[in-house]
Design a protein around this ligand. Sequence first.
Ligand code: FES
Ligand SMILES: [Fe+2]
Length: 370
Amino acid sequence: MQTTFVRPNAAGARTLPASWYTAPEVFAAEEERIFRRAWLCVGRAETIRNPGDFFAVERAGESLIVTRDLSGVVHAFYNVCRHRGTRICTAPSGHFQGSIQCPYHAWTYALDGELKVARNMAEVSGFDRSEYPLKEAGVALWEGFVFVNLASRDGFEEVFEPLIGRFAPWEIASLETARSVNYELACNWKLVFMNYSECYHCPLVHPQLDKLSPSDSGRNDLSEGPFLGGYSTMRERGTSLTTTGRSSRPPLGSVGGEQLDRVYYYTIFPSLLLSLHPDYVMVHYVKPVAADRTEVVCAFLFDPRTMARPGFDPADAVEFWDLTNRQDWRVNELTQLGLRSRAYSPGPYSNAEGLLSAFDRHYLPIMEAQ
Ligand code: FES
Ligand SMILES: [Fe+2]
């Protein structure tokens, strides 16, 4: 992996004016310009391993059913019946027994979306079942993650070109989710991204993290564009970010050399935070719900062979990060409170916050484009 050193913040770069974090109009514009157009990570493919397995997600005001058809292809269907528009599925996850049926008049769709049964409609002149499949959003799979796109069915590879193959040693596609923790935050989604992108706050906010991995050890290797991040170094080889600082789990995949001393952290605009530890991968799925509300699901992925060992327990990782997450959410919520004040005015980024001004440089042109 190519590495470069911390890129000092562009001279004079400051935080954005408050309305970017607080105004409902800005949030509405973000839904339109970002969340209805970008590739959004919504979960893991291994949770829908068999045909008919599904989970439902809401993003940017749309409900989608993510499921696998009989030939193994993953689809993200709009959760909208082609008859009179009724929401079809209300369960958060489950299994379709071979077909997807609307609860209103029982129009029934195959797992690939095709309308198979429409009661009494054969008598309706001009009606042709083949014209009414479930509508689909774009779907892409990368490293076992499911991405959806509300505007486009293709183009994922172009956007994700800088990341494809980059994390091969961790073999993320083969990992499975051992635990997920849900959080509701009273802050803007961008504060979650920004907070994740700097460790200027770590000595104060995360003493237990600082003890294992020094706050000033961060080095960025992606410092411009939609994907930002790099690594921090562990104080001691063979340690990991856990409640004990140790791990009895073997390294993932072919992770070796200096990767054993590091934790890699990346923001994947605008929906995912990816943290690669030697022995596990943590992800945050970030879902904005209002200018000052964000839902985050923090999931912990392990090698299924390690999970199958007697006595496997992910609690040392989950508890370490649950504490760290809560420490972060607290300062993010305090920031949101300050942003609501008339006394707030943009403040200068430190040299340890170069990725935050890089985020702004990527974000603002999307929002300001005509
Ligand atoms: S609205 Fe779905 S079958 Fe009538
Ligand atoms: Fe933090």
